[in-house]
Design a protein around this ligand. Structure first.
Ligand code: ADP
Ligand code: MG
Ligand code: MG
Length: 869
C-alpha cells in the first residue's frame, strides 16, 4: 500500500489523505510556485499507527526512507552528511487545521557533526548554531516533552548575561554555549543525551505527530468543533529553507486581502533574519509587508504575482506562510484565510464583482451565525482604544452600548422617559424587570450564565447584554456597584461590549449598523435564491419596525401576554385573574381592551400589508400574580378585598407544573371571555388601520397549545364569531385566518383532525421539543452537559431542532395537515426559526416560512438561501 506521496503526486483535492497543509503544498507545487521539496505521510498511516497499537509498521517505515532517499536525490544533499547535510521540517497537518496538535519541528537532521558541515558550507557559523539551538529546543519540547520554559530561561539568561536585547544579537560563541546548555538541560530532564542520529530523530518526530492526534487538547478541540476523531493527521517532511541566514533572509505571514476589513490590498508581516514562528512569537516586532517593497523590490513584485495567482486559483482570500532565503522567496503554506464578519461580506462581494465566483458561491461562503456581528451597533475604534476596561463578563447578547447606570427597572424607565440613555445593572434580572429591559440601552448582570433570564431576553430583543460579570459587586439598594476598589454610582456612564463581555468605565461612542453597501447586495442575492419566507417574532411596534428594517416579511409570532406586563396594565390584569364572577372578569377585560387595541394598531401600522400572526393568551395565569406580601396587600386594597382572601386566591392558582397546567387554549375553554376580548381588540385595530390608512392588513389569529380537535372546534368558531361581529359593526369585510400552533405532540399526531378547523399551523418548537423529549427547558441545564458529553444527543435540542424525533412529528403533521387541507399555511415560530441548521431543515420539509427575533432575520434569510442552493 502507498503510504507516502511526493508533493508532485498530490493536489488540493486530496485533503482527506494528505491533510490540508500537504494537499495545498502539493497544489502550489503543481501550479509552479516555489515550494521547497518534500513528501507527505498519509492520514491513513496515522490510522494504521493506532490500529497497530501505536506502531508505524515496517511498510510505512521503509517507504519513509525510500522517499527520503529520493529527496536526497532531488536536492543533491544527504541526510546526516557532514559535507552537505539535508535538513528537513516535520509538520503535522490534518484535514481541518487544529490547534492543540503537535507543533512543527524545524532543522531536523542537525547534530554535533552536521552543524559543523552547515557552518562550513554556508560560511555562516552563526546561522548554523542558531538553527541548531532552535532545533534542540523544538525537538525537546515537542518530542521529548521537556518543558519549553527550561530553554526560554536559558536563552533569556544568555542575552541578559551578555547585555543583549534580541536573539539576533547573539554571536556564534554565545550560540555555541547555548547549544551546550540546551543539551545539558535535555540530559538532566530526560536522563538521556539529545538524540544525535538523524534517522532516529526523524522517526521519533513522525511518531510524535501521530501521537499528538490523540492528545487531550486535540480531542477537546475536535469535540468543540464537531470534527470526527477518526480522520487522522498527515505528516509533511520538507526540505528546509532558511530565513535566519542574515539580513537578506526572513520569514512571515501574508494575506491576499485584509482579513479584518476585507480591503483588497495585499496584507501581512515579516521579520528579517528569523525562522518559523518568530513572527507570531512577538519577540521582535514584525514589519508590515509593504516595507518589503523597499527592502527587496524584486521579491515583493514576485510575491504580489504569486498572491494574485493563488487567489485566482483558489478563488478565495489566502493566508500564506513564506520564507525568504538569501533573496529567494519560498511558499510554505496556503489556505483559505480566516476573516472577520465584515471582511467576509466585503471579500465575497468583491470576488463576485471581480468575476472569480458567482453569487451562489458568495452566499455559501458566509457563516450565517457570523453575520450576527454585523447587525448590532459597534464602538467607535478611536474611543475604544482610549477606553478604560473595568471588568469582563459573559458575552450574553451582542452589540455595543453606552449609557448611565441605573439599578432598577423603574429607574431605567424614568430615565428613558427623560431621554437619558440608561444602562440596567442588576445582580440578575427577572420577568418583573421586563419594562426596564425594554427601555434600557444595555444590560449588565453580576450573576447568571449564557442562558440566564437577562441573556435570553436580551438576545430576543437584540439588546446588548453582559451577564455573569462576577467581578462587579452590585448593591441595588445603595444604587451603586463596586469593582476592584472602584465605585460606580447611579448616573455614571459605562459602556458594554456584548460581543466579548467587556465592561468599560465612561462613554464610548457607538456606530449604528449599515444594511447598505456590500451587505445589502449580499442580502439581495440571498432574497433571489431563497424559497422560505422569513418572518419575525415581535410583540410591539418598536420590534416590528426593526424587523421590517431587517427585511422581515411578516410577523410569525406576536405574543400578546408581553403586553400585559406593563406597569399601568398589570393591576388590571391581576384584577381580571382573581375575579370571582364573569361580570367582574369582563369589567377588567373591558379595561384591558383599549391597551391591547392600541398595541395592535401600532404593530399593524409598522407591518403594513405583511401578514401578522397573533397568538392569543398562552402562559399560566399565575405568572401575572403578585408574590410578595407588599404587592399582595397593595392589590387587595385596590380591589377592596382582604389581603388574606387575595392570598388564598393566589395560592389556589399555584400549579405544581405550570408548563403543563392551566394555560394556552385551556384558559379560553374555561374563560372564553379572555379570548373574546383579545379578538375584539385585534379586529377593532384592524378596522382602525383599514379605515384610517387604507392598509390591507393581514391578521392571522393563532390559538396556542391545542391538543384535541374538540378544543379548536369550540374556540375557532368563537374567534370567528367575535371577529365577524366587529367587522360587521363597522360594515367591513376583510380576509383573515384562524389557525393553531402545533406544540402538543398529540396535535401533531392528529394533525388531520386539527386541520379541519385550522387554516394554518405554526410549529411551536419550544414547547413541542419540551413535550416530545419530556425535558423542561428551564431545568434541562442540570443534565444537558452530561448528555452531550455522553453523546446521548449531539446538539442542544432547544437550539437546533431534534430532527429525528421532533422533526418526525413535524413531518407527520405536515403530511396529515396537507392531506386534510391542501392549502394549509405552514410555518415555525419557535426559537429554532433563526438557527441556521434548523432553517435548513424547515426548508427541506417544505415549510412556507420561519419566524425569528428581529435581529436574526438576515441570518435566517441567508440560511434559507443556503438551504435552497
Ligand atoms: P503550523 O501549522 O503551526 O503553522 P507549520 O508546519 O506551518 O506549523 O510550520 C510553522 C512555520 O515553520 C512555517 O510557517 C514556516 O515559517 C516554518 N517552516 C515549516 N517548514 C519549513 C521549511 N521546510 N523551511 C523553512 N521554514 C519552515
Ligand atoms: Mg503554518
Ligand atoms: Mg408554546
Amino acid at each position: 500500500k502507498k503510504w507516502v506521496y511526493f508533493f508532485e503526486e498530490g493536489n488540493a483535492n486530496m485533503k482527506a489523505l494528505l491533510g490540508g497543509k500537504g494537499a495545498n503544498l502539493a497544489e502550489m507545487k503543481r501550479i509552479g510556485l516555489p515550494v521547497p521539496n518534500g513528501f507527505t505521510i498519509t492520514t491513513e498511516a496515522c490510522n494504521a499507527y493506532y490500529e497497530n497499537g501505536k506502531n508505524l509498521g515496517e511498510e510505512v517505515n521503509s517507504q519513509i526512507f525510500e522517499y527520503l532517499k529520493k529527496l536526497e536525490g532531488i536536492t543533491g544533499k544527504t541526510f546526516g552528511s557532514k559535507e552537505n547535510p539535508l535538513l528537513v521540517s516535520v509538520r503535522s497537518g490534518s484535514v481541518f487545521s487544529m490547534p492543540g496538535m503537535m507543533d512543527t519541528i524545524l532543522n531536523l537532521g542537525l547534530n554535533d557533526d552536521t552543524v559543523e558541515g552547515l557552518a562550513a558550507l554556508t560560511e555562516n557559523p552563526r546561522f548554523a548554531y542558531d538553527s541548531y539551538r532552535r532545533f534542540i529546543q523544538m525537538f525537546s519540547d515537542v518530542v521529548l516533552k521537556v518543558a519549553k520554559y527550561n530553554f526560554e530561561h536559558a536563552l533569556e539568561a544568555a542575552k541578559r548575561n551578555n547585555g543583549l536585547t534580541y536573539d539576533t544579537d547573539l554571536t556564534v560563541d554565545h550560540l555555541k554555549a547555548l547549544v551546550k546548555t540546551y543539551k545539558d538541560i535535555v540530559m538532566k530532564e530526560t536522563r538521556k543525551p539529545f538524540p544525535q542520529e538523524p534517522e532516529i530523530q526523524l522517526i521519533m518526530a513522525v511518531n510524535s505527530v501521530f501521537e499528538s492526534w490523540d492528545n487531550p487538547r486535540a480531542n477537546i478541540y475536535r469535540n468543540l468543533n464537531d470534527i470526527a476523531h477518526n480522520l487522522g493527521t498527515a505528516v509533511n517532511i520538507q526540505e528546509m529553507v532558511f530565513g535566519n541566514m542574515g539580513d537578506t533572509s526572513g520569514t512571515g505571514v501574508a494575506f491576499t486581502r485584509n482579513p479584518s476589513t476585507g480591503d483588497s490590498a495585499f496584507f501581512g508581516e515579516f521579520l528579517l533574519n528569523a525562522q518559523g514562528e518568530d513572527v507570531v512569537a512577538g519577540i521582535r516586532t514584525p514589519k508590515p509587508i509593504s516595507e518589503l517593497k523597499e527592502i527587496m523590490p524584486e521579491v515583493y513584485k514576485q510575491f504580489i504575482e504569486i498572491s494574485k495567482k493563488l487567489e485566482t486559483h483558489y478563488k478565495d482570500m489566502q493566508d500564506i506562510e513564506f520564507t525568504i532565503e538569501r533573496g529567494k522567496l519560498f511558499m510554505l503554506q496556503t489556505r483559505n484565510g480566516k476573516r472577520t464578519a465584515p471582511a467576509a461580506v466585503n471579500i465575497a462581494v468583491d470576488l463576485v464583482e471581480e468575476g472569480l465566483i458567482d453569487e451562489e458561491t458568495a452566499i455559501m461562503r458566509l457563516e450565517p451565525d457570523q453575520i450576527d456581528q454585523l447587525l448590532h451597533p459597534t464602538f467607535d475604534e478611536v474611543d475604544l482604544a482610549n477606553a478604560k476596561e473595568i471588568a469582563k463578563g459573559l458575552p450574553a447578547s451582542p452589540g455595543a452600548a453606552c449609557g448611565q447606570v441605573f439599578f432598577s427597572a423603574e429607574d431605567v424607565v424614568a430615565a428613558q422617559a427623560k431621554g437619558i440613555p440608561a444602562m440596567l445593572v442588576r445582580q440578575e434580572t427577572s420577568p418583573e424587570d421586563i419594562e426596564g429591559m425594554v427601555s434600557c440601552v444595555g444590560i449588565l448582570t453580576s450573576r447568571g450564565g449564557m442562558t440566564s433570564h437577562a441573556a435570553v431576553v436580551a438576545r430576543g430583543m437584540g439588546k446588548c447584554c453582559v451577564a455573569g460579570c462576577g467581578e462587579i459587586k452590585v448593591e441595588e439598594y445603595a444604587k451603586q456597584f463596586h469593582v476592584d476598589g472602584l465605585v460606580v454610582k447611579e448616573g455614571d456612564y459605562i459602556s458594554l461590549d456584548g460581543n466579548n463581555g467587556r465592561v468599560f468605565l465612561g462613554k464610548i461612542r457607538t456606530k449604528e449598523v449599515e444594511l447598505t453597501g456590500n451587505f445589502g447586495k449580499l442580502m439581495a442575492w440571498a432574497d433571489v435564491h431563497r424559497v422560505l419566507k422569513v418572518r419575525t417574532n415581535a410583540d410591539n411596534p418598536r420590534d416590528s419596525k426593526v424587523a421590517v428594517k431587517f427585511g422581515a416579511e411578516g410577523i410569525g409570532l406576536c405574543r400578546t401576554e408581553h403586553m400585559f406586563f406593563e406597569e399601568e396594565r398589570i393591576p388590571v390584569v391581576r384584577r381580571m385573574i382573581v375575579a370571582k364572577t364573569i361580570e367582574a372578569r369582563k369589567e377588567a377585560l373591558d379595561l384591558l381592551l383599549p391597551f391591547q387595541r392600541a398595541d395592535f394598531i401600532g404593530i399593524f401600522e409598522a407591518m403594513g400589508e405583511r401578514p401578522v400572526t397573533i397568538r392569543l393568551l398562552d402562559p399560566p395565569l399565575h405568572e401575572f400574580l403578585p408574590h410578595e406580601d407588599k404587592d399582595i396587600e397593595a392589590l387587595a386594597k385596590d380591589m377592596k378585598i382582604s389581603a388574606a382572601e387575595l392570598k388564598s386566591i393566589v395560592n389556589d392558582l399555584k400549579e405544581f407544573n405550570p408548563m403543563l397546567g392551566h394555560r394556552g387554549c385551556r384558559l379560553a375553554i374555561t374563560y372564553p371571555e379572555i379570548y373574546q376580548m383579545q379578538v375584539r381588540a385585534i379586529f377593532e385595530a384592524v378596522v382602525d388601520v383599514v379605515k384610517r390608512l387604507d392598509l390591507k392588513v393581514k391578521p392571522e389569529v393563532m390559538i396556542p397549545l391545542v391538543g384535541f380537535e374538540k378544543e379548536l372546534e369550540i374556540l375557532a368558531p368563537l374567534v370567528r364569531k367575535t371577529a365577524n361581529e366587529v367587522l360587521e359593526e363597522h360594515g367591513l369585510q376583510i380576509d383573515y385566518k384562524v389557525g393553531t400552533m402545533i406544540e402538543v405532540p398529540r396535535a401533531a399526531l392528529l394533525a388531520d383532525d386539527i386541520a379541519k378547523h385550522a387554516e394554518f399551523f405554526s410549529f411551536g418548537t419550544n414547547d413541542l421539543t419540551q413535550m416530545t423529549l419530556g425535558f423542561s427547558r428551564d431545568d434541562a441545564g442540570k443534565f444537558m452537559p452530561e448528555y452531550r458529553k455522553k453523546e446521548i444527543f449531539e446538539k442542544d435540542p432547544f437550539q437546533t431542532i431534534d430532527q429525528k424525533g421532533v422533526g418526525k412529528l413535524m413531518k407527520m403533521a405536515i403530511e396529515l395537515g396537507r392531506a386534510q387541507r391542501p392549502d394549509i399555511k405552514l410555518g415555525i415560530c419557535g426559537e429554532h426559526g433563526g438557527e441556521p441548521k434548523s432553517v435548513e431543515f424547515c426548508h427541506a420539509i417544505g415549510l412556507e416560512y420561519v419566524s425569528c427575533s428581529p435581529y436574526r432575520v438576515p441570518i435566517a434569510k441567508l440560511a434559507a438561501a443556503q438551504a435552497a442552493i
